[in-house]
Design a protein around this ligand. Structure first.
Ligand code: F6R
Length: 602
């Protein structure tokens, strides 16, 4: 979720790093930092907030002559956006920057602490630099120490390390998070994506998973687990916007594809072997709570609605959901045994923020589920759970919805544990399903191609109904919202069982029905609802693991063992459908007309 830059050469390093980080700010930022070694002298600077704060802090600092340097811009996932948690992280004489997650960091941290290492930050990254120095002391060879360090890391990472023990060298490693090396003669650049080095490097090598090595004296030595490796560079593209999209046509498309990976971050350290834990919530957080009220807008409202089913079913607690702009003016009755939850991607939505302030004035305990640490809603709440989706650029929200829903499902289980409404057996089943979610979110070429082909049949008509039951009803609402936002076609989400109470009057061949037909939830009921529509000649696009004869079009899903697995898999299908229809209609997918990413007005 963060951005990395590195540079080895004779040019002014501070400017190269800061300019590079500026190019990565689109990925999100809450703090940034740089470390430079010139001669044998190590200098480092960090600042919380936007990059201009780091610029201000380094105003009088200048570099001269040959040196090595690394920089990082951070989007908080583990630990608050503070200076101590900002990268680069310092050991006794080395600095490290890192993107990704070190999954075994708690184990490594304990091991290092038991050997007397003092940790300054709450991050997983800091373990890398201490491990390096530990092995450096043992092996007295910086590269051997780095290689040994990499062997110990589990998870996804892209990392750069500089050390006074090898002041002319940048050590690098990549596994699961992107990293590339740029070349311009003797000048060597590192970055987590193309943008920081466009206009600087001429050639580039995109590191592969499992590769590591070092840059020194204008050359790069590359290794993997078979030993030293040769590599071939390629010319660097010159289009920055294209580079930011990392090969995808739109940010929304990139974000749909990212969902599988970010879900790992959402669950990290929270979904444990036999329970779900939130270090953000102290043990007494739910004491005295007998009901939940959730307020949110738009997509976040839809994840709230899905959660209301889960809270009542799993945690056996009354849960009621309201659109924030309605809640504000209805003179709601609020009782102090109610936990007030707000959900917001941006954390700045005016209606949601005002609803939260109202609840606080009424003395309610508040919890926010948010993607942006330090946002107004997070600051205003008693406690906050970050969704860890990383910055979302597409105006139509995708990965924010996925991660919100995941956090809410986890929270329902967590509350269930606390209130003892879930057995260990149920917990184990839910956790096993959770661990499969990243796989259920993978976009396969076959699926995307299928939606691309299908989309050409859905560019006209007099409207869409997305229908579903239970948690698939909020998913239907969300599918319809995605479609209307970016295709400008009329679409409605409806509870499948409610169609016969009025909307079925609209049914004819030009009414498109997207039917969410999960195998694990009321399949027969929704099947008969869809049959009623089909009998009135509505055009049916069925999404189901179970082949459905009456469907005009059919997308077969793979998961049929747990409703949430079906939910997330079907979510991806509806997102891709909206995307492909919008592309065919020639609309601006990432910036649909009349919409803004953050709605800070009433
Ligand atoms: C839809 C969308 C909006 C937002 C809504 C609330 O794709 O993005 O409906 O969900 O404006 O925004 P947040 O979640 O930032 O409070």
């Amino acid at each position: 979720m963060c951005g990395i830059v590195g540079y080895l050469g004779k040019k002014e390093k501070k400017e190269i790093l800061l300019d590079g980080l500026q190019e990565l700010e689109y990925r999100g930022y809450d703090s940034a930092g740089i470390a430079v070694i010139e001669g044998k002298k190590l200098n480092s600077f960090k600042a919380v907030g936007k990059l201009e704060n780091l610029r201000e802090k380094t105003k009088t600092f200048q570099t001269e002559g040959f040196g090595v340097s690394i920089g990082h811009t951070r989007w908080a996932t583990h630990g608050k956006p503070t200076e101590l948690n900002a990268h680069p992280h310092l050991g006794a004489y080395s600095y490290v920057v890192h993107n990704g997650i070190i999954e075994n960091y708690q184990k490594l941290k304990k091991e290092l602490q038991s050997e007397g290492v003092n940790f300054l930050s709450q991050t997983d990254t800091e373990t890398i630099v201490h491990l390096f120095e530990k092995y450096h002391k043992q092996l007295n060879d910086p590269f051997a120490a780095f290689a040994q360090t990499i062997q110990r890391l589990e998870g996804a990472y892209a990392t750069l390390l500089v050390s006074e023990s090898a002041p002319d060298t940048i050590f690098f490693a990549k596994n699961g998070s992107p990293m590339l090396i740029g070349f311009d003669g003797d000048e060597i650049y590192f970055a987590s994506s193309d943008t920081p080095i466009i206009g600087k490097a001429k050639e580039v090598y995109y590191l592969e998973d499992g590769e590591y090595g070092y840059a020194k004296s204008g050359t790069v030595k590359l290794y993997n687990n078979h030993g030293e490796k040769s590599f071939i560079t390629q010319a660097l593209s010159l289009d920055k916007i294209l580079a930011q999209k990392e090969g995808y046509r739109f940010f929304m498309e990139k974000e749909i594809y990212e969902q599988s990976r970010v879900m790992g971050e959402t669950m990290m350290g929270r979904v444990l072997d036999d329970r779900v834990d939130f270090e953000e919530l102290d043990a007494a957080f739910f004491d005295g709570i007998h009901a939940i009220k959730i307020c949110a807008c738009g997509t976040s409202y839809h994840s709230a609605l899905a959660a209301s089913y889960l809270f009542e079913r799993i945690s056996k607690i009354r849960c009621n959901v309201e659109i924030a702009s309605e809640f504000r003016y209805k003179e709601p009755l609020l009782t102090k045994d109610t936990l007030f939850i707000t959900i917001s991607q941006s954390g700045e939505t005016a209606d949601t923020l005002e609803a939260l302030k109202m609840a606080k004035r009424a003395g309610l305990k508040s919890l926010s589920i948010c993607n942006v640490d330090n946002s107004s809603i997070v600051r205003e709440s008693d406690a906050a759970i970050l969704t860890r989706a990383g910055i979302e650029k597409g105006v139509a929200s995708t990965k924010a919805f996925a991660t919100q829903t995941m956090v809410l499902w986890m929270l329902a289980l967590h509350m269930g544990q606390h209130k003892q409404t879930v057995s260990q057996e149920v917990l184990n089943t839910e956790i096993a399903a959770m661990l499969q979610i990243p796989k259920a979110l993978i976009v396969t070429d076959a699926l995307h191609e299928k939606l691309h082909r299908l989309s050409k049949r859905y560019l006209h008509g007099h409207g869409f109904f997305f229908i579903g039951r239970d948690i698939f009803y909020p998913l239907a609402l969300e599918g319809a919202l995605k479609l209307k936002e970016i295709s400008y076609l009329h679409a409605e989400g409806y509870p499948a069982g409610e169609m016969k109470h009025g909307p079925i009057a609209l049914a004819d061949s030009e009414l498109f029905t997207v039917a969410l037909m999960p195998k694990t939830m009321h399949y027969d009921k929704i099947k008969s609802n869809v049959e009623e529509l089909s009998a009135r000649d509505a055009t049916i696009l069925a999404i189901s693991p179970e082949p459905f004869e009456l469907a005009d079009d059919f997308v077969q899903t793979a998961y049929d063992t747990h409703p949430m697995l079906e939910f997330f898999e079907m979510m991806v299908v509806t997102q891709l459908l909206a995307l492909e229809i919008s592309v065919r209609l020639g609309n601006d997918v990432d910036m649909p007309r009349n919409l803004a990413k953050s709605v800070t007005v009433e």
